[in-house]
Design a protein around this ligand. Structure first.
Ligand SMILES: [Zn+2]
Length: 336
């Protein structure tokens, strides 16, 4: 019990702040760092010409599009204004709402309440679920798919290079591809969007790549069914304190991003390499926890080791800086 205290304290602090105190979302910080790295360059001109905005604004678009849904199968796809972020108000006008509705209609079979990410397919573009036992990302591993985060990033790059959107993605324009990519670069650096733990009913880790294969009941859904106190683990890792975002956007982010090593190999392989990097560097997000038996509601209670909260803050900061650096690096490589 005492081991949990530091984290619970930190959580309480975080949760007691008003929503506005969180300031710009992590995705906007990633976009903002890239904007600053690219300032004054030919790449920045190209980005502005395509987006009509900067990367900081564009980086939330893919999450805002999650506010598009259907009342039932066959009903029209409509933006209902309940996107998860206040930053979405920028897109809450008829033309922008139509753009989000068109994107979801093309990239979903159905999207009604509680529909799975398989039928509301664009939601699956935000993550992959590589087991914590692996040391790399590769297509074919349990939790990966041809419509996961890595495949989505590769599809966006293909469109930005001037080719047609590869199936199963239906990306209509360079503007849409760039909006998506500015967001997915953040997601691929959020540990719980990439590395996953699979648990049996007793709360013991199982290996979904072992001979027995993947049992869907063991999926912890990117930490959405892991509870630390009353909080979903996924949400804790999505949130960053406003003070961190402010600090990074005020110059600390761009300075640190300049020290991030260049990505090796061919541009087409970068999404895979970045996912592998997150598989490895993101493991402490799950390895620092122990789990109790699965509850009737399908969740597992988690207990954090001492120091987990501090490690989380440090890892989030490191990952956001990497994401900003790599977003700029990628766009520079596409438009030198
Ligand atoms: Zn996302």
């Amino acid at each position: 019990m005492s081991l949990r205290t530091p984290c619970v304290l930190c959580l309480t602090l975080l949760l007691s702040l008003p929503v506005q105190a969180f300031g710009p979302h992590g995705h906007q910080t990633v976009g903002g760092i890239a904007d600053q790295l690219l300032a004054g360059s030919n790449t920045a001109k190209k980005v502005r010409a395509i987006l009509g905005s900067n990367l900081q604004m564009a980086a939330v678009w893919a999450d805002c599009a999650k506010g598009v849904g259907q009342a039932k199968v066959g009903a029209p796809f409509v933006y209902d204004g309940s996107g998860p972020y206040p930053e979405c108000t920028y897109y809450e006008n008829p033309a922008s709402q139509k753009a989000m509705e068109d994107f979801v209609r093309r990239n979903a079979t159905h999207c009604y309440a509680n529909s799975s990410d398989e039928v509301c397919r664009h939601k699956s573009y935000h993550y992959t679920d590589v087991a914590i036992q692996r040391d790399h990302y590769a297509k074919g591993l349990a939790g990966t798919s041809d419509h996961d985060l890595i495949s989505a990033m590769q599809a966006c790059i293909t469109v930005l290079q001037g080719a047609k959107s590869p199936a199963p993605f239906q990306i209509a324009s360079k503007k849409e591809a760039l909006r998506l990519l500015a967001h997915y670069l953040g997601d691929v650096h959020q540990p719980l969007h990439v590395v996953s733990i699979y648990l049996d009913a007793a709360g013991h880790a199982v290996d979904p790549d072992a001979a027995a294969g993947l049992d869907p009941k063991t999926s912890t859904k990117g930490g959405n069914t892991l509870l630390l106190g009353a909080s979903k683990l996924h949400g804790l890792w999505d949130s960053i304190p406003g003070s961190l975002a402010t600090d990074l956007l005020a110059g600390a982010g761009v300075a640190a991003a300049r020290a991030v090593p260049a990505s090796a190999g061919e541009l087409a392989q970068w999404p895979t390499a970045w996912a592998t990097d997150t598989v490895m560097s993101g493991k402490p997000a799950l390895a620092g926890l122990s789990f109790g038996p699965k509850a009737a509601n399908g969740s597992w209670p988690a207990t954090a080791a001492a120091g987990y909260c501090k490690e989380r803050a440090a890892l989030q900061k490191q990952q956001i800086i990497k994401a900003g650096a790599r977003l700029a690096e990628l766009l520079r490589a596409i438009w030198p």
